[in-house]
Design a protein around this ligand. Structure first.
Ligand SMILES: *[C@@H]1O[C@H](CO)[C@@H](O)[C@H](O)[C@H]1NC(C)=O
Ligand SMILES: *[C@@H]1O[C@H](CO)[C@@H](O)[C@H](O)[C@H]1NC(C)=O
Length: 285
């Protein structure tokens, strides 16, 4: 009987130990660690299999010492915004994501952790689609005025644009074609304002713009394409002719209304005078 009890106890102890070790081995590492970066806003994301753990993110630029990211210490989310720490931009950064159990004994051993891929914001951050306006200079030339997308980085109270970050490395690719034709032409502009010349007078043209950074590796050189803008093919003269027709039409309408009202009024007045006279005549004295 006593020996059976001992065996039972032993069994219970053994299974408790197995569960404990299994639990310890099971502290989940961050998986599928990825950089997501648009206009220099850079977020590290990962996936996780269990929910009751927290994560601390460390980062290092060009193999320097590891620093803790102040915003991502023992966080329960599976992402970390590192935008304000990956500075200077033109460095190769690595992050290290450590998993911590809430009840873990910290002295015992190193945290399970996962390294991120390398990331250089200056060379790899995606650039969003730009906005631009097109203004006709004359029949054959237009000015394209491009608005540099803003980053989420502030310096001395000013929100930086991608031009503030990329400076002269930022060019724009302008792609345009004549409506109805398939031949596209590309030009590269160094500045955010570009002139497109040698257009055919009186033709409709369509324009698209994308940021272009030739100093980058091929696969990250080009930003997203803007939406397309098409001219209606009218020259300025034709438009003002149309405007004149409109003005004349409105003036004519107003004139006709005035004449009609005057004529009607006069007729009214005359009629009233007549009735007044007749009533006076027929009134008994
Ligand atoms: C940039 O955009 C491409 C295409 O959408 C995407 O596959 C890539 O992961 C993005 N890179 C970053 C760093 O966000
Ligand atoms: C270009 O566009 C920007 C912003 O839309 C505007 O402030 C600027 O005056 C424009 N420049 C010209 C020359 O039209």
């Amino acid at each position: 009987m006593a020996s059976l009890k001992t065996v039972l106890y032993l069994g219970v102890c053994l299974s408790a130990w197995i569960i404990a070790t299994a639990d310890k081995n099971f502290v989940p590492k961050a998986e599928k660690v990825q950089w997501v970066s648009l206009d220099f806003k850079t977020i590290l994301t990962w996936t996780t299999k269990a929910s009751n753990y927290t994560y601390t993110v460390l980062y290092s630029g060009d193999d320097s010492d590891w620093k803790e990211s102040p915003d991502c210490i023992r966080v329960s989310e599976s992402e970390c915004d590192l935008t304000n720490y990956l500075i200077p931009f033109d460095r190769t950064y690595t992050a290290d994501i450590q998993t911590e159990a809430e009840t873990m004994d910290y002295d015992l051993e190193e945290f399970p952790h996962t390294y991120s891929p390398h990331f250089n914001p200056y060379r790899e951050s995606n650039i969003s689609a730009v906005k631009f306006t097109v203004e006709a200079v004359d029949e054959r030339r237009v000015i394209i005025n491009i608005t540099d997308p803003l980053t989420s980085i502030h310096r001395r109270g000013k929100q930086l644009s991608i031009r503030d970050v990329l400076k002269n490395d930022l060019k724009y690719k302008i792609s345009y074609y004549k409506s109805g034709s398939t031949g596209k032409r590309d030009i590269i502009s160094d500045s955010s304002m570009a002139e497109v010349s040698e257009l055919d007078a009186g033709q409709s043209y369509c324009f698209m713009v994308a940021a272009f950074i030739p100093s980058r590796p091929k696969n990250t050189q080009q930003g997203a394409w803007s939406i397309q803008w098409c001219s209606n093919g009218h020259t300025l003269k034709e438009l003002s002719l149309g405007a004149w027709v409109g003005v004349v039409f409105i003036l004519l309408t107003v004139l006709i209304i005035i004449v009609t009202v005057t004529v009607l009024c006069c007729r009214c007045c005359r009629q009233r005078n007549k009735t007044l006279q007749t009533s006076q005549l027929s009134a008994p004295v």
